[in-house]
Design a protein. Structure first.
Length: 235
């Protein structure tokens, strides 16, 4: 009798390490491409919302305080943020704020180093805007107690940008590196601030940034397709 030997079926081909790595790299590149598309779309949407002067602005909202001044929390402008050096934007862009007293009296708005604002308002009652929700609008405040009445703000020399007067006033500021605070007061420094305020920024690179991100996303997607195809062809 002749013995018959049965051979096992051939094992299915396995992916090599390089093929697996190529597919992983392609997946990461595709994910980065989708992120670039999303960020580019947001930048272009923001660029399209700018007004005729190139500002992206908030709606006008009412801010109130029973104290002598309304201030923002410290605004840090980091030196590591890339500067826009073209067009009409100085350093980190431009900020514009429009403010109007609701009782028709003269209003003051100013921007200064936070350390200078803290010294100016030391011992005086003032209110810090700690948080703002936009939809629906709601501002959160924190009051700082004090008995001293601050001097009329327009007489101080530490402000880097100011506006004062009756009716709607416009404050323009070329944003610079440092720690800053925005202050809104009655022009005479009296208690009881009630004002309509809107703020806007002009950042000229939104459009170029958006198109650059979309272009980068296309390149990443093409690269992911090429790497993935090469990986799938490997035996």
């Amino acid at each position: 009798m002749t013995a018959t030997t049965t051979l096992p079926p051939p094992a299915p081909p396995t992916r090599s390490g390089s093929r697996t790595a190529a597919i992983a790299v392609a997946s990461v590149m595709a994910a980065l491409a989708l992120s670039a598309f999303a960020l580019g779309g947001v930048a272009l949407w923001g660029d399209a919302q700018r007004d005729d002067d190139g500002y992206l602005s908030t709606a006008t909202h009412q801010y109130t305080a029973s104290t002598s001044a309304l201030t923002t929390e410290e605004i840090d402008v980091d030196a590591d943020v890339p500067r826009w050096v073209g067009g009409h934007d100085a350093l980190y862009g431009n900020m514009r704020m429009r403010v109007e007293s609701r009782d028709g009296g003269p209003v003051f708005a100013g921007i200064a180093r936070t350390s200078d604002v803290e010294r100016y308002l030391a011992g005086a009652s003032h209110t810090v805007v700690t948080d703002v929700d936009t939809d629906p609008f709601d501002a959160q405040y924190s009051e700082r107690e004090g008995a001293r009445r601050p001097a009329a703000p327009d007489g101080e020399d530490f402000w880097v940008a100011t506006t004062e007067g009756a009716g709607q006033r416009t404050l323009d500021w070329e944003v610079r590196e440092g720690s800053w605070s925005v202050v809104v007061m009655n022009a005479d420094g009296s208690r009881g601030v009630d004002a309509d305020v809107s703020a806007g920024v002009r950042v000229a690179f939104l459009g170029p940034l958006g198109w650059s991100l979309l272009g980068g996303g296309v390149l990443l997607l093409l690269g992911a397709a090429g790497v993935g195809y090469a990986g799938l062809r490997r035996r």
